[in-house]
Design a protein. Structure first.
Lengths: 338, 339
């Protein structure tokens, strides 16, 4: 137990360090964009018709603290992010990024995590059973549904569902809230309304994620089943479900858990396209907007940092889960101290 | 004489593959008496592992056993068991870890990596005996101690990756013998080990055989190991037995050109300058099984057009208990005048 706490602490420290490094990289990338925040803002103002001078820019730089050295600026950014959870103001929109993002990031993350969770909830048992079954019908139909999920672009699926629901229900199912709740405060009714609509992006993202996870689980299981220790266990008289779950399934679980963090990133990357079609207001779309259109590096940096932080968090959780599953990992991190 | 422990009669195994039926083992017969060690020698692909696995019905689902094949297990005091007639996995328990145990070539890979050695040992004991968990743990620790593992109680709770190669094979032997099987199948148990460890493991196995009085099927490609361990030996090539007999007879006076080739191919420590003489050619693809004697394509003494190309030679007795797959006219001893 003590050993385990020690392991978890080490991993948490490593995750924190990773986050710090990520923040440095994100901050550097934000700074690498030509021009600084003051120049971009005033250039933006310029396009709106107000004239600017060098003195204006310098005054703005001083106001934003851009005249301080790089590391100091990074330090204050990181400090605000880590200690207060504040990302500062958006460069162009002049609004607080936290207000701007609002619930959007949490909603996006929620949709992605739910899709991920459901995908693995389905893929793990189905993949394990499929790998150990000789039924051509089961494996054939699973393969059909999987390949359909993998091959059909998410936007096409979203369009088809929109079309069908418009024709059949008279509601295009777009947006995350129906009109009456769009700007309402959070309440149980609003949560209900949200859930009645959020299942759609979850379903669309979840299908391909499930298909992907299913193929991974199946391949890993076939791999494990061919290993000598499974034959050795059969040679000791084990068979059937007991053999399946205790030997190949249990040992395939490690790599499966390992792929979670990677998959979260993949799903998040697919979200904006689905969100665009379903006209959801979510963070992925906002990120694209900030990066591609308004050149709002502060906002983009905040979203990228939040996304990376989520992946680091998922990886931390999977690391802990892996250690619970696999003694080799637990003991390798503990090393000689164990 | 009582019935042999295991009697393999006319074993033929084919595998259904996309390329068609592949014959892995053909008309193989042998038996093992209690307390006897039979060495099964052959190159890779000779069918020795497939033969061994068939005793425990461990071959993959696409294996087909010929209708005339019989494997009979005779455990003293129990009715004999027709192994190939077993249909359900639950009925195979006696030949899997009960009356027959198996140890494998790679001791690392044969333990599940994320389950402690102890758990795997206890699991087998609970499966095959009616002892409780506590007793099973005691027996397991006793067995670990018996095979020479220091601090067995501590080792019991460890994982395979915390053991050295030799230790793992000792633990494997401890596990295999914990249920007191009547027959132990050892599939190249020392091949993956250092030579010094090899000797220790072989000594350990010899001790345990005499102590437990069980039969061993010892599979190896190493004639040197066979010479040290086995009472009798069967030499396999392409799924057929080429020669069988007492170890001394076969190694000192090999009758079959394949056995002679195997012995000549061994490096000689007393004459380091002597060139190694490999058996010419490669093992033919299983899809192109030679007709007649399967070895004729690689036999350096083969006379083109001889009946070995068309007819399968019978097992001819060379000397008492020593048989070779040769036509009688080619058995040297039979051609000499009886003195």
């Amino acid at each position: 137990m003590l050993q385990f706490l020690q392991f978890a602490t080490v991993r948490a420290a490593m995750a924190l360090f990773t986050l710090l490094m990520v923040s440095l990289i994100v901050f550097t990338l934000m700074e690498l964009v030509p021009g600084n925040c003051a120049e971009r803002y005033l250039a933006f103002k310029n396009t709106q018709g107000s004239g600017i001078s060098v003195a204006d820019i310098e005054a703005e730089e001083r106001r934003l603290g851009l005249d301080r050295p790089f590391l100091v600026r990074w330090g204050s950014w990181v400090g605000n992010v880590f200690l207060k959870g504040e990302f500062g103001d958006s460069c162009i929109l002049r609004l607080n990024i936290n207000d701007l993002l609002g619930d959007k990031f949490l909603i996006s993350l929620g949709i992605c995590l739910t899709a991920l969770f459901l995908a693995y909830l389905i893929a793990i048992p189905v993949g394990i059973i499929s790998a150990s079954s000789n039924s051509a019908l089961l494996n054939g139909s699973l393969r059909f549904v999987s390949y359909l999920g993998l091959a059909m672009p998410n936007f096409l699926l979203a369009l088809i569902i929109m079309l069908v629901s418009t024709v059949v229900f008279g509601d295009s199912m777009t947006g995350l809230f129906s009109n009456e709740y769009r700007n309402a405060d959070w309440s149980w009714a609003r949560v209900g309304d949200f859930l009645s609509r959020a299942w759609l992006p979850v379903f669309i993202l979840g299908w391909s994620a499930t298909a992907f996870a299913l193929q991974t689980v199946r391949a890993l299981m076939l791999d494990e089943q061919a290993k000598l220790y499974v034959t050795a266990a059969r040679a000791r008289g084990l068979f059937g479900r007991r053999l399946l779950w205790r030997y190949p399934a249990r040992h395939a679980l490690g790599p499966i858990v390992n792929s979670l963090g990677f998959d979260l990133n993949r799903i998040f990357n697919e979200l904006p396209i689905v969100a665009l079609i379903l006209t959801l207001t979510e963070a992925g779309a906002l990120l694209l907007e900030a990066l591609a259109r308004s050149n709002d590096q502060q906002l983009a940096g905040a979203i990228i940092f939040l996304l990376t932080a989520s992946i680091v968090a998922v990886n931390f959780i999977t690391d802990i889960a892996l250690a619970l599953i696999d003694p080799r990992i637990r003991k390798s991190v503990m090393g000689g101290a164990a | 004489m009582s019935a042999p422990l295991i009697d393999v009669d006319n074993l033929t195994i084919r595998f259904r593959t996309d390329e068609g039926l592949i014959t892995a083992v053909e008309n193989v017969s042998f038996d093992i008496a209690p307390g006897e060690v039979l060495g099964l020698v052959g190159e890779s692909g000779s069918g020795k592992s497939v033969t061994a696995k068939s005793l425990m019905r461990l071959n993959s689902g696409n294996a087909e056993y010929d209708d005339t094949s019989r494997i009979t297990l005779n455990v003293p005091g129990e009715p004999s068991l027709d192994v190939l007639s077993l249909k359900r996995e639950r009925d195979m328990k006696p030949v899997r870890g009960g009356a027959i145990s198996m140890i494998f070539q790679e001791p690392m890979a044969s333990f599940a990596p994320a389950i402690t050695i102890g758990d795997q040992m206890v699991e087998q004991l609970l499966l095959h005996t009616d002892m409780n968990k506590k007793r099973a743990k005691e027996i397991s620790i006793e067995m670990l101690d018996r095979v020479g593992i220091k601090e067995p109680a501590k080792r019991f709770d460890q994982y395979a990756f915390e053991f050295s190669g030799g230790m793992r094979q000792r633990a494997m032997i401890a596990m295999a013998l914990s249920t007191k099987p009547k027959l132990l199948i050892a599939d190249e148990p020392t091949t993956a080990l250092d030579v010094t460890i090899q000797a220790q493991i072989i000594d350990l196995m010899k001790d345990l055989v005499s102590e437990f009085g069980m039969g061993i099927l010892f599979i190896t490609h190493d004639l040197g190991v066979i010479a040290q361990t086995a009472d009798r030996v069967a030499v396999m090539y392409l799924g057929r037995i080429m020669e069988t007999g007492a170890v001394r007879d076969v190694i000192r006076r090999p009758a079959h050109p394949y056995t002679q080739g195997l012995i000549n191919a061994l490096p000689k420590l007393d004459d380091l300058d002597a060139p190694l003489t490999p058996i010419p050619g490669d093992i033919p693809s299983p899809l192109e099984r030679p007709s007649g004697c399967v070895f004729h394509t690689r036999n350096p003494n083969h006379v083109p057009g001889s009946r070995y190309e068309r007819e399968v030679p019978p097992m001819t007795e060379v000397s008492p208990g020593h048989f070779a797959a040769l036509f009688p006219e080619d058995v040297p001893a039979l051609q000499e005048p009886v003195r």
